[in-house]
Design a binder for this molecule. Sequence first.
Ligand code: FEO
Length: 167
Amino acid sequence: MISKKLEGALNHQINEEVFSAYLYLSMSAYFLSLNLDGFAAWMKAQAKEEMSHAMKFFHFLNEMEGRVSLLAVKEPEKAWKSPLAAFTAAHRHEQHISGRINDLYRLALAESCYPMQIMLQWFIKEQVEEEATAAGIVRQLVQIKDSTQGLWMLNRELGARQADGRP
Ligand code: FEO
């Protein structure tokens, strides 16, 4: 069994992860509008990964005999002023998600819910990777600056990402 407080917090996190998928799919559409198909493919793969995060929370809540209750997903932004602005927003979003995961962990500690603590350890590790990956691409875009050739090279590199892989 899981407490109502933890059940509510996990339902909220399912919503955060589904929104992450929605946000990255919106970024994918933005990159398609710029003809940057590699960037778009990377964001689409990221959206798929976010849905798998949502499903991890979904299954955990069920296994703990909690009740999954889906909340409304807010509308994501649709355009950014540059690829750098989009990836900067993605990086900031991952920092926000790390904060949410840390809040959940603190709650699981306060409620002495050991299974949830163990489950969240995977996410804590995952967030280190998520933030580092986004920060790495931001750094590359800063270096590229206004170079069209650099942008196309990165586009090709990001397009090589597999659905569950990293660049
Ligand atoms: Fe589900 Fe990118 O954190």
